[in-house]
Design a protein around this ligand. Structure first.
Ligand SMILES: [Ca+2]
Length: 455
């Protein structure tokens, strides 16, 4: 038997033809003698193809290599599918896990959100409480401010009423005294006089706006410092000069302590020279400014002087007498009230008589803006607590608490008690007063008496 050599394509053609041939073979069973088995190698067939020579009937139940290959093919396909399914199962499992994780995470997120919401709620409540507190506090501040303003207004009102009352007191003191005298006259009692007549002059305007009173300061305090009148100077002030005018002419134009020795005086004394006022050359004979020195003293004290040259002092009647008889002198009285306003009373001439005439005061004509209160003391002798030379039945120095050229008793006393604040309350007019400037119950803050030769 000859088996023809065929190419792969030819073989395929024959395979496709095979069913029809087989059909023919069924129709004509006897005419078909042989069957064909084709092997289709995957590779290109180069050599001869062998075919079995056995009868087709015997071969029916035989498993051919082709079948095995088919089965293998199917198996491998199924295996691949299984692998793929396995892969899909694996992937699905991962997804399930992932979904589980996500669910868990979502639950966590939910609880976290709830927590945050609660927190936020608390925060909002707290903020609202805070703002309520703040509003309450603001309200209280506003109330306090309003109360403060109300009190300030009330205080102002009271101050005004007090100042009005103080002015009334000043007037009424005079009136009461008059009535007291009238009573005494009416009922004819002959008791010791209650006090000197009070000053009648009540100025139209009080020079202050404060009306507080203070007790006079400790009188001995002033002696603890400063230079004493009688002590020999240790800081060697310039001098001695006849007076401050001579010191100025010698070229010393700075205000301060100088050593003076008037013609006819036995020994030099210290004094304050004022060179800053009205061309300078003024010898200060009396100065008050803080109540640090006690002016309620006896004759001897007023004769020799007392106090501190750089503060409050009285130069001494004997010194003043000796200074003023060296030539023609004029007097300047400087007054300062409690609002710092200064006024002046100037007298064209000034001198004292000797001790045997009790240092009688001799004044010229007045000019200035303080009023001529001192003129009522012109020609009067000096009176102290222990030497009564005044025109009053009692001792004016006792009622006015200082030595002065009293009349009975007069319109001014610059050697009285230094009261703080201006208007003072006292039975007698014992402050540092100048009736034409402030009245008898207004105590001046600072005063100075100064002399200078007439140009
Ligand atoms: Ca008398």
């Amino acid at each position: 038997e000859h088996i023809p050599t065929l190419s792969a394509s030819q073989l395929l053609e024959k395979m496709l033809e095979a069913p029809s041939r087989r059909k023919r073979g069924v129709e004509d069973e006897d005419s078909v003698k042989c069957s064909y088995t084709f092997l289709v190698p995957e590779k290109k067939i180069t050599g001869p193809i062998c075919a079995s020579s056995m009868a087709p009937g015997d071969d029916k139940d035989r498993v051919t290599r082709l079948d095995i290959a088919d089965v293998r093919d199917v198996l491998s396909r199924q295996r691949r599918e299984i692998e793929m399914l396995q892969l899909m199962v694996d992937v699905d499992g991962g997804l399930v896990n992932e979904v589980k994780l996500l669910r868990k995470e979502s639950r966590n997120m939910n609880s976290r959100v709830t927590q945050l919401y609660t927190q936020l709620l608390h925060e909002i409540i707290r903020k609202r409480d805070n703002s309520l507190d703040q509003a309450r506090l603001e309200n209280r501040i506003l109330n306090a401010t309003a109360e403060m303003l109300r009190l300030a207004a009330r205080y102002k009102e009271l101050e005004m009423r007090f100042s009005a009352l103080a002015a009334v007191v000043n007037n009424q003191s005079v009136l009461i005294h008059e009535l007291e005298e009238q009573c005494l006259r009416t009922y004819g009692r002959h008791e010791p006089p209650a006090g000197p007549p009070l000053v009648q002059v009540v100025p139209e305007n009080l020079p202050v706006n404060t009306f507080t009173n203070e007790i006079q300061r400790d009188h001995n305090r002033g002696f603890a410092r400063g230079s004493r009148m009688d002590s020999i100077p240790t800081s060697s002030p310039l001098g001695p000069f006849r007076d401050c005018y001579q010191a100025l002419q010698a070229g010393h134009s700075t205000s301060g302590m100088y050593l003076l020795k008037a013609d006819g005086s036995e020994r030099p004394t210290q004094a304050w020279c004022e060179h800053g006022l009205d061309n300078g050359g003024w010898t200060v004979i009396q100065r008050r400014r803080d109540g640090s020195v006690n002016f309620f003293r006896n004759w001897e004290g007023y004769k020799v002087g007392f106090g501190n040259i750089d503060n409050e002092y009285w130069l001494g009647l004997e010194n003043i007498y000796n200074l003023a008889r060296q030539g023609d002198y004029r007097l300047m009285v400087e007054l300062e009230d409690w609002v710092g306003k200064k006024v002046y009373a100037e007298y064209s001439s000034f001198r004292l008589e000797s001790e045997s005439e009790f240092y009688r005061l001799r004044l010229g004509t007045y000019q200035g803006n303080a009023g001529n209160s001192l003129i009522s003391h012109n020609g009067k002798p000096f009176t102290t607590l222990d030497r009564d030379k005044d025109a009053f039945s009692g001792n004016c120095a006792h009622f006015h608490k200082g030595g002065w050229w009293y009349n009975a008793c007069g319109q001014t006393n610059l050697n009285g008690v230094w009261y703080s604040g201006g208007v003072y309350r006292s039975r007698f007019q014992d402050g540092i007063f100048w009736a034409d400037y402030g009245g008898g119950f207004y105590s001046l803050k600072a005063v100075r008496m100064m002399i200078r030769p007439i140009d």
